[in-house]
Design a protein around this ligand. Structure first.
Ligand code: HEM
Ligand code: HEM
Length: 173
């Protein structure tokens, strides 16, 4: 089933969730650049794609938001006791998914490096734009917050599956 139902997420929502989930976790490996200036296996083989994958994630999150809006009244029903918390939690994950690429792009353009995803020059190298660079400097703190939220999100999913055994994880699989 392509669309969502009140029982489970459909194939398009699952594609967005797991495809983007994998790419976001890949992007978070950029933290490993802090070790030895990225001079190690992770830094040299996985992280060089950071700007291209991040830019792809910006396109994907826009499509995902449009899709989620279309499925709004058609999604798995939440336990009323925690429905508001779930809504806030998922909203914050979306906010992180939008703000990460936006601030990343602002870091690049604001510092005059330009923006060239997948070898396609969208913005040429140029002068520094201080206000843009200063918004871009939020990229790292937001990455830490997103990482904490993802760890919490995965923890809650596993709790549902192994402790509560209520099928919440299964509706995303
Ligand atoms: C969902 C998308 C993204 C995620 C999850 C992400 C995550 C991260 C993480 C975890 C770091 C390491 C921060 C640190 O060590 O403090 C980082 C750094 C960086 N990212 Fe991203 N990023 C994303 C998208 C982008 C995009 C689209 C660009 C540029 C077009 C970009 C440019 C940079 C740059 C230049 C740095 C190094 C400078 C800095 O720490 O601010 N990122 N990113
Ligand atoms: C191993 C990793 C992950 C697991 C096990 C997992 C599990 C789940 C499950 C079970 C749901 C359905 C919850 C419900 O019906 O209430 C869900 C929804 C969701 N997850 Fe994850 N997730 C993972 C990674 C991620 C990542 C990395 C992100 C993004 C930062 C993310 C963002 C979301 C969002 C926004 C939803 C709400 C449904 C939607 O709009 O797509 N998840 N996740």
């Amino acid at each position: 089933m392509k669309g969502d139902t009140q029982e489970r997420y459909g194939s398009i929502s699952r594609f967005f969730h797991w495809g983007m989930g994998l790419l976001i976790i890949w992007q978070i490996l950029k933290f490993f650049d802090r070790i030895n200036d990225g001079e190690h296996w992770v830094g040299q083989t996985l992280v060089p794609w950071h700007i291209s994958i991040g830019s792809l994630l910006l396109v994907l999150v826009v499509l995902r938001i449009i899709w989620a809006a279309k499925q709004k009244n058609n999604r798995p029903v939440q336990d009323p006791a925690t429905a508001l918390l779930v809504k806030i939690g998922h909203f914050l994950l979306y906010a992180g998914m939008v703000l990460m690429p936006v601030t990343g792009i602002m870091t690049m353009i604001g510092n005059g490096y330009g923006w060239t995803p997948f070898g396609i020059q969208l913005v040429a190298k140029g002068d520094e734009i201080p206000w843009m660079a200063s918004i871009g400097s939020l990229h790292s703190p937001i990455a830490w917050l997103l990482l904490i939220m993802i760890v919490g999100h995965i923890g809650i999913a596993l709790l549902h599956h192994f402790v509560k055994k209520d099928g919440v994880l299964r509706r995303m699989i």
